[in-house]
Design a protein around this ligand. Sequence first.
Ligand code: CO8
Length: 251
Amino acid sequence: MEYNILKKEIIDNIAIVSISRPKAMNALNTRFFHEMDSMVKEVSEDASIKVMIITGEGKAFVAGADIAEMVDKNSQEGTEFSRLGQNTFRSLGEMPIPVIAAINGFALGGGLELAMGCDFRIASTKAKFGQPEVNLGLIPGYAGTQRLSRLVGMGDALYLLMTADMIGAEDALRIGLVQKVFEPDALMDETLKIAKSIATKGPQAIKKLKAIVRLGLAMSQIEGEEMEAREFGTDPLRRGKRREKWNDGIS
Ligand code: CO8
């Protein structure tokens, strides 16, 4: 596919995918979702890529769904636009490799939902977070009502959803919405360091961790433990193989 909004750069075995629609604060339109679907497929099929980083160009990570595109939608089209985004963001969780959000600026509405669809989030001290949908008389439509409470708990989720307050990176760190915060100039280097470190670990272990932690959220504790035991049993470490083997040759 020809990409107009997304840019992909490969550094070592890390794919950095940048969202570039700076005039609209990288707002998410239908074209974005089609490009991201194609990018997810392309990166997933490239066995040389071990981690994907998603970031935004300019002042915003993503300032939400494209309000200009949303205004003309009727109820059925609204539901379809919601499902389009839900499916794309779910596919990030289904990728066989870790996906990290490097949040450089505004992550609002659909932008925060995109970040929450990633496996974890690294933020610049300049990043701002919020779910401002109620200001427009809307609710989030890209799984924000479901992911936010799972990530930060019911109280902080409902606070952010109901007040539409915009919070900074330190508050986001405090409530567990992001995992690390760096100065803007250091954001990409530090995120790359984390990605490269993960890329040195056993790829099958990383792939399994991602899948079973995510699947476990929808299971009872006992079912989750059963899944863990089954997957542990197929771990090459248990079969006594050396680390170099299960690293698939990655140095
Ligand atoms: N959609 C489209 N265009 C946008 C968006 C957006 N979400 N955000 C900013 N822009 C555009 C502005 O219209 C402006 O364009 P122009 O220069 O042509 O007027 C340009 O980006 C720059 O924006 P500002 O001049 O406003 O820049 P500021 O630095 O003053 O402010 C803000 C930056 C704070 C990010 C501000 O732009 C803002 O508040 N944006 C809207 C944020 C928002 O409400 N986002 C939530 C949208 S709703 C949503 O995401 C729902 C998701 C679920 C959808 C489900 C579908 C069914």
